[in-house]
Design a protein around this ligand. Structure first.
Ligand code: CP
Length: 334
């Protein structure tokens, strides 16, 4: 696999071939990690590296899956999650803070409320004598590229025996305007032939015009609606999202919507195709009833687990260990 990613900043970096290769690598890492010997091998591949996890926005899954991914590859981790514990409290700029990390660590994984901050940092480090890779683990309302990778990986695994992701119909439901996971995944799905996307939301939370323009450019079909129950039987995957009301304060507005109309209830299982799947980047509130969890079509817990393997694959690729891992896989007849 040709190394194409140094910094991982946005989904525009990934083409179809890269997605295929990174998903294949994640599958092989999953197989290798099933044995103690395999885990020991993986942990030897990057045990001379150190990573900083700079997460100044809340996170459970992304933080822990990156932490676990680093551990699987033997990378030692440090973290800053509360800027009040760093010298930012003394007035140091965030840029200087992250530049300082680059002097101690070989990789910076960052979640930040500012759109484009990861890109700014990557550009800044490129102009120093010690550039280290930056991975965007969620930036503002804008991009969440590694969530989109794990979502593609989940879709690919789910449709493995149904011809892959091409020609599938995928519905996005909820707060689409402020949902960076939706924006990143919708953009990435343009790489697949004849997919059709449905954006199901009240007008106040519909997907942004920039994403619709991208879909138009790429000739990806889409439909905009607020009729969730009509869409359920038509699609192969439903991607639920929560109301992103942490942005209300910044926007200076709160719009009350009837969440019930945009939530997946137990009765909806009867409307869903027998081989359809339900996804959610999580965390959820009431958009998916807990009774849905035990249905085999509920893919969101599998999605979380997939996040760890795809992030191991991404980091292995960034440090050009992908070929060595593939050699190990083949030489052990896995
Ligand atoms: N999906 C996701 O980004 O979850 P966290 O906010 O818990 O990391």
């Amino acid at each position: 696999m040709e190394n194409k990613v140094f910094h991982c900043i946005d989904v525009q970096q990934f083409d179809y071939d890269y997605l295929e290769e990174i998903c294949d690598l994640a599958d092989k890492i999953r197989e290798i990690s099933r044995t103690k010997a395999g885990m020991e091998y993986l942990a030897s591949t990057l045990n001379h590296k150190r990573a900083m996890l700079y997460f100044v926005q809340p996170s459970t899954r992304t933080f822990l899956s990156f932490y676990s991914a680093c551990q699987m590859l033997g990378i030692k981790c440090a973290e800053v999650r509360d800027p009040k514990t760093s010298s930012e409290i003394k007035g140091e700029s965030e840029e200087d803070t992250v530049r300082t990390f680059s002097l101690f660590f070989d990789l910076i994984i960052m979640r930040h409320p500012r759109a484009n901050f990861a890109k700014t940092i990557a550009n800044l480090l490129n102009n120093t004598d010690h550039p280290v890779p930056v991975i965007n683990a969620g930036s503002g309302k804008d991009q969440h590229p590694t969530q989109a990778l794990l979502d593609i990986y989940t879709l690919r695994r789910s449709f493995l025996h149904r011809g892959g992701i091409a020609q599938k119909k995928i519905a996005f439901v909820g707060d689409l305007r402020r949902g960076r996971t939706v924006r990143s995944l919708a953009a990435l799905l343009t790489q697949f032939e004849e997919v059709k996307l449905y954006f199901v939301a009240p007008p106040e939370y519909q997907i942004g015009q920039d994403i619709l323009s991208l879909l138009d450019q790429q000739k990806t079909a889409y439909e905009i609606t607020d009729d969730f129950e009509k869409v359920i039987p038509e699609v192969d995957a439903i991607y639920m999202t929560r109301l992103q009301d942490e942005w209300d304060q910044e926007e200076g507005a709160h719009v009350d919507i009837d969440i019930e109309r945009f939530s997946f209830q137990k009765r909806h299982l009867e409307l869903l195709k027998p081989d359809g799947i339900i996804m959610h980047p999580l965390p959820r509130r009431q958009e998916i009833a807990v009774e849905v969890d035990s249905d085999p079509r509920a893919a969101y817990w599998r999605q979380v687990r997939n996040g760890m393997y795809i992030r191991v694959a991404l980091i292995a690729d960034i440090f050009q260990r992908d070929k060595k891992i593939l050699d190990y896989y083949l030489s052990n007849n896995l």
